[in-house]
Write a protein that binds this ligand. Structure first.
Ligand SMILES: CC(C)(COP(=O)(O)OP(=O)(O)OC[C@H]1O[C@@H](n2cnc3c(N)ncnc32)[C@H](O)[C@@H]1OP(=O)(O)O)[C@@H](O)C(=O)NCCC(=O)NCCS
Length: 162
C-alpha cells in the first residue's frame, strides 16, 4: 500500500481542502460556488488554527506525491463540568478518490494521540446517522462510544450549507 503521511495543515492547503469538500458533495449550494469562494474562508480558518495552535489542531493526510487527500480539525475546549479539556472534532474528510486506503484512520488516530498527549479527558464528534461512515462504524471501530441518551442541538445564525 502506498505511503500516506499526516502533517500539520498549512494555509496553502486551503484549496485542496475545498476540492475535497466539493468531491464529497454534501452541499449543492457550496458546489455551485466558484472554488475561490469556498477556499477563501477556509484559508482564514487555517490561519487562525496555525496562530492559536494551543487551542486547535488541523492536520492533513498526504499521499506519496505530497497531494492532500484528507484533513481533520480539532478544538481543545476547556470544559468546566469535566474539570478538563474536551477535543471537539469539527471535520474529518477524505477525498472519495483516496478513500479506503487508511487516511481516515490515520487522521483519527493522530487526533487521539494528540488528545492523550495534552491530557484531554475525551474527544467528541457528530456523525450523521444517514452517512456511510456512521453505517460502517468508522468511529466505533476505533473505540469511540455512541451516546444514545444525548440529543445534539444547534442554533443557526445563518443558513447551513445544506
Ligand atoms: C469516513 C472517511 C473519513 C473515512 O476515510 P477513509 O480514508 O476512506 O477511511 P479508511 O481507509 O481509513 O478506513 C477506515 C474506516 O473508514 C470507513 N470508510 C472507509 N471508506 C469509506 C467510505 N467510502 N465511506 C464511508 N466510510 C468509509 C470504514 O468504517 C472503514 O473501516 P473498514 O474498512 O473496516 O470498513 C471518509 O470516507 C469520508 O471523508 N467520508 C465523508 C465524510 C465523513 O463521513 N466524515 C466522517 C464523519 S463527519
Amino acid at each position: 500500500m502506498a505511503q500516506i503521511k499526516i502533517r500539520e495543515a498549512a494555509v496553502g492547503d486551503a484549496e485542496a481542502m475545498a476540492i475535497i469538500l466539493r468531491e464529497i458533495g454534501w452541499s449543492e449550494r457550496r458546489n455551485a460556488l466558484p472554488l475561490r469562494e469556498v477556499w477563501g474562508p477556509i484559508e482564514k480558518l487555517i490561519e487562525h488554527t496555525v496562530v492559536y495552535k494551543e487551542n486547535h489542531t488541523a492536520l492533513v493526510a498526504v499521499d506519496e506525491n505530497d497531494e492532500v487527500i484528507g484533513f481533520t480539525n480539532v478544538h481543545w475546549v476547556p470544559f468546566i463540568m469535566l474539570g478538563s479539556y474536551e477535543g471537539y472534532v469539527s471535520d474529518v474528510f477524505v477525498s472519495p478518490k483516496a478513500s479506503g486506503r487508511g487516511a481516515g484512520n490515520l487522521l483519527l488516530e493522530s487526533i487521539m494521540k494528540e488528545g492523550k498527549a495534552r491530557g484531554c479527558m475525551r474527544l467528541m464528534v457528530t456523525n450523521g446517522k444517514d452517512k456511510s461512515s456512521y453505517k460502517r462504524g468508522f468511529y466505533k471501530k476505533l473505540g469511540w462510544t455512541e451516546r444514545p441518551q444525548v440529543a445534539n442541538f444547534v442554533f443557526y445564525y445563518r443558513e447551513p450549507w445544506s
